[in-house]
Design a protein. Structure first.
Length: 72
């Protein structure tokens, strides 16, 4: 699973078959809860996911958390 810091929120993305699944992540416990709020397009590549999440959640950007980046 890829884990992203999305403006201070931890989200995981995992490829299952032909679809991407989104998860809320709690570290360091490594707890994952499936999130159905956002549907990631099947055609996204791994390299495109951070940018897509940034586009979707851009309203959550703050001075303290201005970016989206991959942690793992």
């Amino acid at each position: 699973m890829m884990i992203f810091n999305v403006f201070g929120r931890l989200l995981g993305v995992k490829r299952v078959g032909d679809e991407w699944q989104l998860f809320r992540v709690t570290l360091p416990e490594r707890k994952y809860a499936r999130s159905y709020d956002i549907v990631l397009p099947e055609e996204l590549t791994e390299a495109d996911i951070a940018g897509y999440l940034g586009d979707i959640y851009h309203e959550a950007a703050t001075e303290r958390y201005p970016d989206v980046f991959r942690l793992e």
